[in-house]
Ligand binder design. Structure first.
Ligand code: ZN
Ligand code: ZN
Length: 508
């Protein structure tokens, strides 16, 4: 991007320099430059860099200022709220005074009682004010991770969850609490850490049964109207209403993930509500399926009987885009060819040619089989209290109480081959791509199944050391071989579920 900018700048500069006589000098202090009105906007490279850093600094300052203002306005608002609560006892006292006037019999006792009542009320409102201030400003005290571990001992129960493990991770200064939902078996991992950026994520194991893209379509589909939020594009709509720091949804080869993060407690609750309502109580309307998945649409909507029909749909279009990237196709087809018998032999995102095989009913039944808490994992991170999250989850998990838990879905191990196989994949030429329309060669090894997360993680690091960067041995040796020009960006270790593979390749 930087390079492009510079080129753009140079071009512009050259153009302007040839246009103007008086502004050939690059010295910003040259009076001739200042005199030229059109070139006062034209700056030298150094000036540009300086201006860029200045702008960045100003931006940061503006953001900080805004944050400050926001905090201030929140404080103001809580002050107004406090004033409002304070006015209540005054009003009450007016009524008490009136009664005092009307009942002249024992005025002393009423006045005493009224004052004591207002005292109690003002005390209560003070307490309310304090708590209102605390929640409104969103300021949370420093979290003590040691205390969290003591708060959630193994075996303790909270809102239908039982603590299974509770450990302190001193290296990262966090407390890790693993819980299990008693009724559904849903696992919940919470990492308590003194970090205001709080994360919440819901994960489902969505093992594809074919290449029609049911997991991917559902990922779009569930966030398009739920019982509480019957609106389209819930995430998009939240983007303008939320102060999120992250918000998205992903479909991977064997799972679907719904993560978000925010620093504000109220915002956290809102996002959690939108996500969980979509995930656990979606409407799954047929029209939305046609919108998100696929549909046939006449090219001439006014005259459908004499019109040609085209396939349309958000996921279909997205996957068409994915499949127009030549190396992307290579990576996907390699993975599928390496594990042909199991779920990794399918395209979880949906093969554009297979997506139209998926029906609305098929998608709903895939939802029923997979979007069950027993097939889900929940995750949260940050300094917000775990108990609140668990209580919130209770409302969504309650409806699964005393209901049949579907059989856990497992992935069978791919039988290992006795000899290597060769695969040739063709892709459609992309006229817009300058670099993509090239041939590429890769060698891929299926590794032994790895069930240990730590081993998986370590191998990923080892792979980075072996493959990535100019000093990596694989990179060096392949570059020096002068076979092809560049290394495939997805070279290296890929921990695909429990079926990892190692790929190394170059393009011409
Ligand atoms: Zn100029
Ligand atoms: Zn998508």
């Amino acid at each position: 991007m930087d390079r492009n900018n510079r080129q753009f700048y140079n071009r512009q500069h050259f153009h302007q320099a040839s246009e103007h006589e008086n502004c050939r000098s690059h010295n910003p202090h040259d009076p001739r430059r200042a005199a030229c009105s059109r070139c006062s906007a034209h700056v030298t490279q150094n000036e540009r860099v300086r201006r860029f850093t200045r702008e960045k600094r100003d931006q940061r300052q503006r953001a900080l200022h805004q944050q400050h203002e926001q905090a201030q306005s929140l404080r103001d608002r809580s002050a107004i709220a406090a004033r409002a609560t304070r006015s209540i006892p005054i009003l009450l006292r007016v009524t008490a005074d009136e009664s005092e006037e009307s009942s002249t019999l024992d005025s002393s006792s009423t006045s005493r009682s009224s004052s004591s009542m207002s005292d109690v009320l003002s005390k209560r409102s003070k307490r309310k004010r304090r708590s209102a201030h605390k929640s409104r400003s969103g300021i949370r005290g420093r979290l003590d991770v040691h205390k969290v571990v003591r708060q959630y001992p193994v075996g303790a129960q909270f809102h239908g969850f039982t603590v299974q493990r509770s450990e302190l991770v001193t290296e990262l200064d966090l407390a890790a609490i693993l819980l299990k939902h008693d009724d559904t078996g849903c696992k919940y991992l919470h990492l308590a850490r003194n970090d205001t950026d709080n994360v919440f994520a819901t994960l489902f194991r969505t093992i594809p049964e074919d290449s029609t893209g049911a997991p991917h379509i559902l990922e779009h589909y569930v966030l398009n109207g739920s019982e509480k939020y019957p609106i389209r594009d819930a995430l998009l709509k939240m983007m303008t209403r939320s102060v999120y720091s992250f918000m998205n949804a992903f479909t991977a080869d064997d799972f679907t993930l719904y993560p978000f993060s925010t620093t504000n407690a109220k915002d956290f609750k809102n996002l959690q509500s939108v996500y969980l309502d979509g995930i656990f109580r979606p409407l799954l309307k047929e029209l939305d399926f046609m919108q998100e998945g696929w549909r046939l649409e006449p090219l001439k909507p006014d005259d459908p009987s004499n019109s040609e029909y085209v396939l349309k749909g958000i996921v279909l279009n997205e996957m068409k885009g994915v499949y127009s990237d030549s190396f992307g196709v290579m990576r996907r087809k390699t993975k599928m060819a390496l594990y042909p018998s199991g779920p990794y032999g399918h395209e979880a995102g949906g093969d554009p040619l297979k997506i139209p095989d998926l029906s609305w009913e098929g998608t709903k039944s895939f939802y029923k089989r997979n979007y069950h808490p027993s097939n889900a994992k929940l995750f949260s991170y940050g300094d917000m209290p775990l108990k609140d999250h668990l209580e919130f989850m209770k409302h969504y998990l309650n409806k699964f109480q005393n209901k049949k838990v579907p059989a856990p879905r497992t992935i069978t191990e791919e039988p290992r081959w006795t000899e290597p196989r060769e695969l040739t994949v063709y892709y459609q030429e992309n006229p817009q791509s300058k670099e993509g329309n090239k041939a590429a060669v890769a060698v891929t090894y299926a590794l032994t199944p790895i069930k240990n997360d730590f081993e998986n993680f370590s191998l990923k690091i080892l792979s980075e050391l072996l493959v990535a960067g100019p000093n990596a041995p694989f990179y060096k040796c392949l570059q020096e071989s002068h076979l092809g020009t560049g290394m495939l960006s997805f070279s290296g270790y890929e921990g695909l579920g429990n079926e990892p593979y190692f790929l190394i390749g170059k393009f011409e």
